[in-house]
Design a protein around this ligand. Structure first.
Ligand SMILES: CN1c2c(nc(N)[nH]c2=O)NC[C@@H]1CNc1ccc(C(=O)N[C@@H](CCC(=O)N[C@@H](CCC(=O)N[C@@H](CCC(=O)O)C(=O)O)C(=O)O)C(=O)O)cc1
Ligand SMILES: N[C@@H](CCS)C(=O)O
Ligand SMILES: [Zn+2]
Length: 759
């Protein structure tokens, strides 16, 4: 049998190789760039992305993956289910409504304009905006944006495949805003709109539509599983051929269902969902297209083409039509290696970003078609990484091997530590604090940029950061906060900064990946054994503590978050890498304590995000993650208070693991959901101290004292007030001082009001 082999991608990064979208968005929001100018930048970016795909020789370019802010938000508009609470006027432009839902309704007319909740996209560091559903939610085809993009791509002469979120995943991603109702009940109202969209795409001549249903890679409740067959039976006749796509984990028990649905093709994640492949080869009917996500869309290492070729051979032998693709959308990797001029040649040779991954697909396609392709250079690079001495540091392994079990446990239980900490810190009831970062002002960022370019000396840069810290301390003292922070001005990012100072990591110049909206991060490359050659934060913490008699919290990023927000090595078990990171950061914890910093926060906002989508893998992950955190924290005396912080995630299903961290104080994001999570912590009997966030840090809106008093009063009915702290949801780096100062003043006033009531 001759197999037809094609190549495609599930999606491409949207921000542009030089973050063009970020700058266009932010200047539009500042009022410096019109909507038309923003749309023009977006059009250029789409055209450039399609041109890359065409140039690489892909058989389709993908349309519908671009988004001005978030693809789930795009679907909210496409499907006409903007929450009624925004009370948009009929004549309000689509784009203004779009940004009002994303960022809060600065301009909104009388409606309740708080931004949509934001949460993690499956187990990634990308955040999507959460659709809101009630029994009254209706749907209609309400935006022509997608169709305009199809025409745009057509005019440019491309062969097109369109991508949409599948209807079940779209509902699943949302949140019910009414009691006694399941959003799955809305499927009957939603499907006709999908039908209309598919019909319109068909009229535009679109042959293939990829419907993303990544919930197939999760454990589905029976009702959700049962909803797939009738839903896809409805869509089957709508027009274009459908490629159902699952990614991020094995479909496992959902694999047979996916193979049997009435669609024309199935995309399988050939990296994280590789375990599905043998069964899918057996179960997927012969006439259907199989798309194998053979190139890793979640990591940046060059593909081992020999291994990939070997894994694809059985599929070639058994399929009539085989498509090759990255495992998932390339949204999660940087755009291109082309701009990386400072990475050393050896490391560079080990990497493939989005653009390079397109070429890998083509190479594999040609080889599978029987062309004689020489990839000996690629093979050499893969082998070089495996054998490179810079990856392996014997002393790191030796230190791990010598670790005793006791290293992971604090000397005394929390109750004993708590007494020692109270005696030492003498904090009031409901102590106030912040999560660590203060505004990263343009001046701070520019100073860092100038220092990096060599235009500012090391001494001048230090002095600038020290002045920034002094300012932050003065502001906090004036506001009357109880536990101060230095404000993290010296950090470009809470992960990248540490990566710059640890062995085993490299950082990129332009390896940006979208985190949410216009905000991006540059995940470091964790390629080798990790150690901490010299103290990292000590100087800044000492400087800050020297300026005040109030306690200053030391501020560190924990091992799990360092792992989760980096591109990590694939040649060691996760548990081992976590322990390496934990030991390196433990050295920092101990140095801070020795320097008299007796409150130390070890941030773990990515702990929940790292939870495997598949239940079978969860216990091992949680055991490794909690062990790493405890190892990092446990070297300090009873009187030293360890804090941790988590945000933008569902904590309810990992509460036992959070308790097992045994941090003395946990601060969490809680305000957007009205303290829902405090109830969960209370019900789980959370034994230590808790700081539920009382205001949203993503909104420019200054929170009112009364609102925070209300939230705190409510929290105090759920959780023992003597174990409650008062803090914002997360760090304040994205805000301005003009917003932060009144917000914190109101927060301190709220804490004092409640102290008086309770005291
Ligand atoms: C807490 N969060 C984080 C996540 N992941 C991380 N890796 N880090 C996080 O903090 N995931 C969950 C959440 C996501 N939240 C955010 C919040 C804010 C940002 C953000 O603000 N990102 C910045 C980039 C930050 C950075 O690295 N800055 C560098 C370089 C800045 C820069 O662009 N410099 C200019 C020159 C300076 C100038 O003129 O302004 C340049 O290079 O051109 C730095 O400070 O040095 C963003 O802008 O998107 C991300 C995730
Ligand atoms: N300390 C960090 C935590 C963010 S999750 C900050 O305040 O930005
Ligand atoms: Zn946070």
């Amino acid at each position: 049998m001759t197999t037809t082999i094609r190549t495609h991608i599930l999606g491409y990064p949207r921000i542009g190789a030089r973050r063009e979208l970020k700058f266009a968005l932010e200047s539009h929001w500042r009022g410096e760039r019109s909507a038309a100018e923003l749309e023009a930048t977006a059009r250029d970016l789409r055209a450039a992305n399609w041109a890359e795909q065409a140039k690489a020789g892909l058989d389709f370019v993908t349309v519908g993956d671009f988004s001005l802010y978030d693809h789930v938000l795009d679907h909210i508009q496409l499907l006409g289910c903007e929450p009624a609470r925004f009370a948009f006027r009929d004549d309000e432009p689509e784009l203004a409504r779009y940004f009002a839902m994303a960022r809060g309704a600065v301009h909104c007319c009388g409606g309740h304009g708080q931004a949509l909740e934001m949460t993690k996209w499956f187990d990634t560091n990308y955040h999507y905006l959460v659709p809101e559903f009630t029994p009254d939610t209706s749907f209609r085809l309400a935006s022509q944006r997608l169709f305009a993009q199809v025409e745009e791509a057509r005019r440019l002469g491309h062969r097109i495949k369109v991508v949409l979120l599948g209807p079940l995943t779209f509902l699943w991603l949302g949140k019910e805003k009414a009691a006694d109702f399941s959003r799955l009940e809305l499927i009957g109202r939603l499907l006709p709109v999908y039908g209309q969209i598919l019909a319109q795409l068909s009229q535009l001549g679109v042959e293939w539509v990829q419907l993303d249903e990544p919930i197939l890679a999760t454990e589905l409740a029976p009702a959700w599983q049962a909803a797939f067959e009738p839903a896809y039976a409805t869509l089957a006749s709508a027009g274009p051929k459908l490629l159902l796509a699952s990614y991020f984990a094995p479909m496992a028990e959902n694999a047979r269902l996916a193979c049997q649905l009435p669609v024309h093709g199935l995309h399988v994640d050939g990296v994280r969902g590789a375990a599905d492949l043998p069964a899918v080869l057996d179960w997927l009917p012969a006439h259907k297209v199989l798309s194998v996500g053979i190139v890793n869309g979640r990591n940046v290492w060059r593909t081992d083409l020999d291994a990939a070729f070997g894994r694809l051979r059985p599929a070639v032998e058994r399929r009539r039509e085989l498509w090759l693709a990255p495992s998932c959308s390339l949204l999660h990797v940087p755009v291109s290696l082309a701009g990386e001029t400072t990475l050393d040649a050896e490391l560079r040779g080990w990497l493939a970003f989005a653009q390079e991954k397109l070429d890998e697909l083509q190479t594999l396609k040609r080889a599978l078609r029987g062309e004689s392709i020489d990839w000996s250079d690629a093979r050499r690079q893969v082998e070089a990484r495996r054998a490179s001495p810079r990856v392996h540091r014997p002393e790191v392994g030796a230190r791990l091997a010598a670790l005793g079990e006791e290293a992971g446990w604090r000397a005394s239980p929390h109750a004993v530590r708590r007494a020692a900490q109270r005696a030492h810190l003498k904090l009031p009831l409901l102590p106030t604090t912040t999560i660590g970062s203060f505004p990263q002002t343009p001046a701070v960022r520019q100073a860092r940029a100038a220092w990096r370019r060599g235009e500012l000396t090391e001494a001048a840069y230090r002095a600038t950061m020290e002045a920034e810290i002094a300012h932050a301390i003065r502001v906090q003292e004036t506001l009357g906060l109880d536990v101060l922070v230095h404000g993290e001005p010296e950090r470009n990012d809470m992960v990248e900064y540490f990566a710059e100072h640890l062995t085993g990591f490299a950082v990129t110049q332009h390896g940006w990946v979208q985190s949410y909206g216009s905000r991006c991060v540059k995940p470091p490359l964790l390629y080798g054994d990790v150690a901490r050659p010299t103290p990292i934060t000590l100087h800044w913490a000492r400087h800050a503590q020297g300026l005040t008699t109030k306690p200053v919290k030391g501020m560190l990023t924990g091992p799990v978050t360092l792992f989760q927000w980096s591109f990590v090595r694939d040649d060691l078990p996760q548990a081992t890498v976590l322990l390496q990171l934990a030991l390196a950061m433990r050295d920092e914890v101990e140095d801070l304590e020795r320097a008299g910093i007796t409150i130390i926060q070890i941030d773990e906002p990515a702990l929940r995000e790292g939870l495997p989508l598949r239940p079978a893998a969860r216990a091992d992950y949680l055991a490794a993650a909690t062990r790493a955190f405890r190892l990092c924290a446990a070297g300090v005396a009873d009187a030293t208070q360890i804090h941790t912080h988590m945000c933008y995630a569902e904590f309810a299903d990992i509460l036992p693991a959070i308790i097992a961290l045994d941090a003395d104080v946990l601060t969490i994001e809680a305000s957007r959901s009205g303290m829902e999570s405090v109830r969960a912590f209370a019900e789980a009997g959370y034994p230590n101290e808790l700081g539920p966030g009382v205001f949203d840090v993503h909104s420019p809106h200054v929170p009112a004292t009364e609102d925070m008093v209300r939230l705190l009063e409510y929290a105090a009915t759920l959780f023992a007030p003597e174990r409650l702290w008062v803090n914002p949801d997360c760090g304040l780096k994205t805000r301005s001082w003009e917003e932060v100062e009144p917000a914190l003043a109101h927060m301190v006033a709220a804490a004092r009001t409640l102290r008086a009531r309770l005291g």
